[in-house]
Design a protein around this ligand. Sequence first.
Ligand SMILES: Cc1ncc(COP(=O)(O)O)c(C=O)c1O
Length: 396
Amino acid sequence: MQAFTSEQINQFRAETPGTEKIIHLNNAGAALMPAIVKASIDQFLTAEYLAGGYETAADQREGLDTFYAAVGKLLNASSKNIAFAGNATDAYNKALSCIPFEQGDVILTSFNDYSSNQIAFLQLKKLRGIKIVFGKDLPSGGLDPADMIQNMDIYQPKLVAVTHVPTNSGLIQEVAQIGRACQDRGIYYLLDACQSAGQLVLDVKTLGCDFLSATTRKFLRGPRGTGFLYVSNRVLQAELSPLFLDLHSAAWSKDNQYTPRKDAKRFELWEKPYALMLGAAEAVAYANQIGVDRIEQQVKYLSAYLRASLSSLPRVRVLDQGLEKAGLVTFTMAGEDPVQLQHFLRKQGINSSHTTLAYNRYDMKAKQADWLLRLSPHYYNTLAELDRTIEVIAQV
Ligand SMILES: Cc1ncc(COP(=O)(O)O)c(C=O)c1O
């Protein structure tokens, strides 16, 4: 069932001028920003232009601080547990860098974790001699929580790292059960929520994570160049710090001494793109106001509709897995080239994205696919837009 009436959807579209000209099905890349997000960025940049950057930041401190409150509300966390980040990978790497890995330590992860995360694990393997252990996938796709828990007991990992919604499938990984098991065993748990933030309800208390990293440009509809990291009290109290602090994340307290901040801003740097940060705060508040539970329902509805329609097309192979699926719809098409297919759709006014083997070597190999095209609807898309997309793909 749809979560919104057609009047409400029309209202969202009226507040999103980009929807007038294009069918934007690349929300898993970067969603269309609502007009108020752009307005807040424009206003801040103009103020910087006229009054000076530092002066504007001081004048609009209260507005900028809403970033922490809005993200805290989104995650059911306190603002003191939120750090601003430039993007999801920046947030993720800061979290990774604070774990005191030693030779032989284990990171337990999944085959579906994001490519940049896998590269960081490989770097840690090379630099610190850690071991990477992968949990088994269920036949339906996605992590088997029972296997993960068994691996926790066998390998006693220093860190469990899981991607909630992988980038190239509709899969939603079962992450809360893993979080509870990590908490029971005192293992640090890093959750990549880059694709789930703004699309699925996220509650860090239920998820049981120590870190949650995300960008705001995807389903949260914020500007590019903004993201955040949630850091648990357990991590803050253990006095873990990211590699390289600055004069914002720590105080230079004596000539030969520094004191890291007590709150999650320990994971930030002093300089930030303030106009974008304000835009991100506006975007998160907008999602909170609409209600992520209703957004989730609508995105699931639209993506199930799209998946079913695509499955009926000849030569199309839908690649999504998992018992419960999110708003990332992926398929491949025999005999086609992904770049040309994406261009063809773009010419017809439809935005999509494509990925190849390097985006997830394990996943793509298991699916025996060299490439896939990804369509990712959001709650402001309409069924008519999805029907038009299917019509265009049928013409290929
Ligand atoms: C699951 C997942 N994690 C992390 C990232 C990286 O996000 P960013 O580009 O903001 O660093 C992406 C980007 O697509 C992603 O899909």
